[in-house]
Every structure is written in structure tokens, then in C-alpha cells.
Design a protein around this ligand. Structure first.
Ligand SMILES: O=c1ccn([C@H]2C[C@H](O)[C@@H](CO)O2)c(=O)[nH]1
Ligand SMILES: [Zn+2]
Length: 139
């Protein structure tokens, strides 16, 4: 899919809907995400928390892991959107940036949204320049 053809509004709408399914009893901070595949499929994710706080999983990783579990591989993804109730477009955590850097193309667009109107469009490489990778990892 041409990155210029990204269905921005639809992706933000999906991420907003996914956010409402968050399991966030500890932080009460709900986040939603969606990843779009090159062949037009979409996988949603929300944050899933745990009483052992270190196990909390972010919406972005839930969406990507769900896509991988459905058979998607690195190179299959065209874009990702994330939405939270923040005053400005949400900023993904370091763990999610590292996971995006491994599973998504460096030039893949990421839409950072919030419940307001603003949306910030960045690339995976902009989110995490110089990300870690193993020499034998696939391109
Ligand atoms: O980009 C982000 C930032 C935070 N969270 C989640 C993790 C945790 O459940 C809660 C508070 O950090 O929000 C996400 O899902 N995505
Ligand atoms: Zn995260």
C-alpha cells in the first residue's frame, strides 16, 4: 500500500474503538491502537494491565503481536495508529518503539492521535533512531 494512501481517519477511528476495550484498572489510562497490513487487514490492540505492573502490555504491542499471531510477518505492515486521552498526540513508550523497529519497515508511517483533533505523523525510524537489531534478524 502506498503510504500516501493511508486511510488516516479510518485508522484513528479503529484505534479509538480499540481504546474502549482497554483493561487498565491500575492506571485508568486507556490506549487503543491498530496496525494496517499491506493487503488491507487491520489488527486492533488495547493496553492490558496486570497486578504485577511490569507485565502491563501497551496497545501498540498488543496490536502488533495480534497481527503476528494471525500469521503476519515483518514487511507486511503499512501503518499503525495509536490514540490515548492525552492533551497532545500520544508518545509511544520505548518498548513499543523497539518492537515497531523490529517488526515494521523503518519508513512505515505511525499516526499519533488523541481524543482531540490533532494527529502527528511520524515514521518508525523517527520514533527510534539507531534501534537495536541482531545481525541475523531478517531485514
Ligand atoms: O503509548 C502508550 C503509552 C502507555 N500505554 C499504556 C501502558 C499502561 O497500561 C498505561 C499507563 O502507562 O498506558 C500504552 O498502551 N501505550
Ligand atoms: Zn508501549
Amino acid at each position: 500500500m502506498d503510504p500516501d494512501q493511508l486511510p488516516v481517519d479510518e485508522l484513528l477511528q479503529d484505534a479509538r474503538a480499540a481504546r474502549l476495550l482497554a483493561y487498565a484498572p491500575y492506571s485508568r489510562f486507556r490506549v487503543g491502537a491498530v496496525v494496517l497490513t499491506r493487503d488491507g487487514r487491520r489488527f486492533r490492540g488495547c493496553n492490558v494491565e496486570n497486578a504485577a505492573y511490569g507485565l502491563c502490555n501497551c496497545a501498540e504491542r498488543t496490536a502488533l503481536f495480534s497481527a503476528i499471531a494471525a500469521g503476519c510477518r515483518p514487511g507486511d505492515f503499512a501503518g499503525l495508529a495509536v490514540v490515548a486521552d492525552t492533551p497532545a498526540p500520544v508518545s509511544p513508550c520505548g518498548a513499543c518503539r523497539q518492537v515497531m523497529a523490529e517488526l515494521c519497515d523503518q519508513a512505515m508511517p505511525v499516526l499519533l492521535g488523541h481524543l482531540g483533533e490533532r494527529v502527528q505523523r511520524v515514521t518508525v525510524a523517527e520514533l527510534l533512531p539507531g534501534s537495536f537489531s541482531l545481525p541475523h534478524a531478517p531485514e
